[in-house]
Design a protein around this ligand. Structure first.
Ligand code: DAH
Length: 342
């Protein structure tokens, strides 16, 4: 019995100190102590030499020893499975997997470019509804019912309510902002608009515009021109020439359209400018007194200018896109080309 006890204590010390660096060493431990010819088995065999009166105590001792060995075995197994990744082929110094970078839509890129130029002049961004009532899309903008200029914009009407339309331009946001009655107003208003047009490479039934509005005391046509000159220089470069042509919009008086010298051919004439040397960029003018009155702004005290431009066309010119339908087809092969575009 004495001898058995000292044997067990010697093994316990040995086992306590045992370590395993990998699975192979854990297996060696198992074979040595818990295997069919292992130490636990051998010591169990000693039972037959123990005197009858000590058998109970010895049985207890051996069972405890077996549990002790098994616990140590579990512990070694656990510790090697934790360190396993380091001993496998994992190389922590390798660079990570590259995540695919998404890209902004070219219309968004152009919108942001236009908006940020005006933001630098102190214009704030405003947005309005795409489903609009007749008053905000037409009436308040000096286009009463049966006004011939309504035909210029092929309107989508909403079946459920004859008073509702899909807005044909972003000018509705002008009205909504002026109605709020907070002056002065200096806003840039981007958004999507809808027109009932045959879809082709050059025109679509929905597209995007950016509207501008500046209302204060003593705002003049000179302010309009200077603001737009700044825009053109920032957008198309300082060498681009600008011209204003008299035009007509019901909501402005006087009205003008602004052209820039063709930035593709430099003004000598190409397909883009249809050999004229000029590209039309936007419509603009001084806000019509009727429009101010419609929004409860006193036209005797306040004046203002407004302008509106499309986004798709400048985007097509900048990125060399020859079909407007590409913008709305969600073809990844098209969209991913703008990953590195600004
Ligand atoms: N709403 C016009 C259009 O859709 C564009 C426009 C022209 C907006 C002149 C304006 C403006 O604010 O003053 O064609």
């Amino acid at each position: 019995m004495e001898q058995l006890l000292s044997q067990i204590n010697t093994y316990k010390k040995e086992i306590e100190a045992a370590t395993a660096a990998d699975e192979k060493q854990v297996e060696e431990f198992r074979i040595k102590y818990l295997g069919t010819k292992g130490i636990v088995k051998i010591i169990m065999g000693e039972m037959k030499n123990v005197a009858a009166e000590n058998k109970k105590e010895a049985g207890q001792l051996l069972n405890d020893f077996k549990l002790f060995v098994e616990e140590k075995y579990d512990q070694l197994k656990g510790s090697t499975s934790n360190i396993k990744p380091q001993t496998s082929n994992l190389d922590l110094s390798l660079p990570g997997d590259e995540l695919p970078i998404g890209s902004r839509h070219p219309v968004t890129l152009m919108r942001n470019r236009i908006v940020s130029i005006f933001q630098r002049l102190g214009f704030a961004v405003a947005e309005g509804p795409e489903i609009e009532d007749d008053w905000h899309n037409f009436g308040a903008l000096n286009l009463p019912e049966h006004h011939p200029a309504r035909d210029m914009q092929d309107t989508f009407y909403i079946q459920q309510n004859p008073d509702w339309v899909l807005r044909t331009h972003t000018s509705n946001v002008q009205i909504r902002e002026m109605e709020k009655g907070k002056l002065p107003i200096r806003l840039i208003m981007p958004g999507r608009v809808y027109r009932n047009e045959t879809v082709s490479a050059r025109s679509h039934c929905f597209f995007h515009q950016v509207e501008g509005l500046y209302i204060d005391e003593n705002v003049s046509f000179a302010d309009l021109k200077q603001t737009l000159y700044f825009f053109v220089k920032e957008m198309y470069g300082k060498d681009v020439k600008v011209r204003f042509r008299p035009s007509y919009f019901p909501f402005t008086e006087p009205s003008a359209e602004m052209d820039v010298s063709c930035f593709i051919c430099g003004g000598s004439g190409c397909n883009i400018c249809k050999k004229t040397g000029w590209v039309e960029i936007l419509g603009c003018g001084m806000v019509h007194p009727n429009v101010l009155s419609n929004c409860n702004i006193d036209p005797e005290r306040y004046t203002g200018f407004a302008f509106g431009m499309g986004i798709e066309r400048p985007a097509m010119l900048k990125y060399g896109i020859n079909d407007i339908r590409l913008f709305s087809e969600n073809d990844v092969r098209f969209l991913k080309q703008f990953t590195s575009a600004i």
